[in-house]
Design a protein around this ligand. Structure first.
Ligand SMILES: *[C@@H]1O[C@H](CO)[C@@H](O)[C@H](O)[C@H]1NC(C)=O
Ligand SMILES: *[C@@H]1O[C@H](CO)[C@@H](O)[C@H](O)[C@H]1NC(C)=O
Ligand SMILES: *[C@@H]1O[C@H](CO)[C@@H](O)[C@H](O)[C@H]1NC(C)=O
Length: 250
């Protein structure tokens, strides 16, 4: 690295270090909020939970309430916030396997060249689906109603689009038990299945290879961390793949 690059690197590192550790508290005159560092608190590791931190004006202090019982000598955990593993990796330097807030951002859109684009967009807007980044999760079900509706609308033919455009019940498209033409259902789930296979195939290694790499422990901690991050992504994609396959088989 050149001197300037090194300087920039340390600057980014320093900014990131401070930004992820700042806490908002009232200013001395109580007229605004200011950021403060609370060093001892930064020693606590993260666990699943809910934000349980607030400023106590009577005591003039920040308070963090325990999310469960801790015994003397036990490691104390706090909840850093609803962050994905990619966020935790970049800003906090770790990956959390049991992360309840982790998701894989799936980008999908309606092609500009799709002749039925306008009709598809119209139904999607009726369903308030303007966002094309969907969240894939490891929990059951791994896809939400928005993505399910999007996939169905994406795969509809013109006749089906016309039907749902004039239907009062377009909200039903978000539910897995919505009564739909079996050909459309098959097309929808096959599309998702194919998409997951393509995403998984784009990685340079398989999940099994990643797990072997992690277990071998000959790699550096940073390499292991990076591989653990992609392994969590693949686990999510695998969950969605299995979920889609169940419906393809029906
Ligand atoms: C700010 O608010 C606290 C708690 O309400 C109070 O004790 C303190 O006197 C206030 N400070 C000023 C400068 O108003
Ligand atoms: C937080 O976790 C790390 C990694 O597991 C560990 O090394 C460290 O001791 C933990 N911190 C505390 C305060 O226990
Ligand atoms: C967070 O709060 C929600 C709603 O109160 C609750 O259902 C959930 O169990 C809490 N999560 C944890 C890990 O405590």
């Amino acid at each position: 690295m050149t001197g300037i690059a090194l300087l920039l690197f340390y600057f980014s590192w320093a900014v990131s270090t401070v930004m992820t550790r700042q806490n908002s508290i009232p200013s001395e005159d109580n007229k605004s909020q200011v950021n403060a560092l609370i060093p001892l608190w930064d020693m606590c590791n993260h666990t699943n939970g809910n934000i349980s931190t607030d400023y106590n004006p009577d005591q003039d202090r920040c308070e963090c309430l325990a999310v469960r019982k801790f015994t003397a000598g036990e490691q104390l955990f706090i909840f850093y916030g609803p962050r994905t593993n990619a966020d935790l990796f970049i800003h906090n330097g770790f990956v959390y396997e049991e992360n309840q807030h982790d998701y894989y951002p799936l980008n999908l859109g309606i092609s500009q060249s799709d002749v039925l684009r306008e009709k598809r967009l119209k139904i999607l807007s009726k369903l308030n689906i303007d966002n094309i980044v969907f969240r894939l999760k490891r929990d059951a079900p791994p896809i939400d109603g928005y993505l399910l509706a999007f996939l169905r609308v994406f795969n509809m033919n013109e006749e089906q689009l016309n039907h749902w455009l004039s239907s009062e019940r377009s909200d039903d498209l978000q539910y897995s038990d919505c009564a739909l033409d079996t050909v459309l259902e098959k097309k929808t789930w096959t599309f998702l299945q194919t998409r997951m296979k393509l995403l998984l195939a784009a990685y340079k290694s398989t999940l099994e290879e990643d797990e072997k790499f992690i277990a071998e422990a000959s790699a550096s901690p940073n390499q292991i961390l990076a591989v653990r991050l992609v392994a969590t992504e693949k686990k999510i994609l695998n969950c969605v793949l299995e979920y889609a396959e169940q419906y393809v088989k029906q």
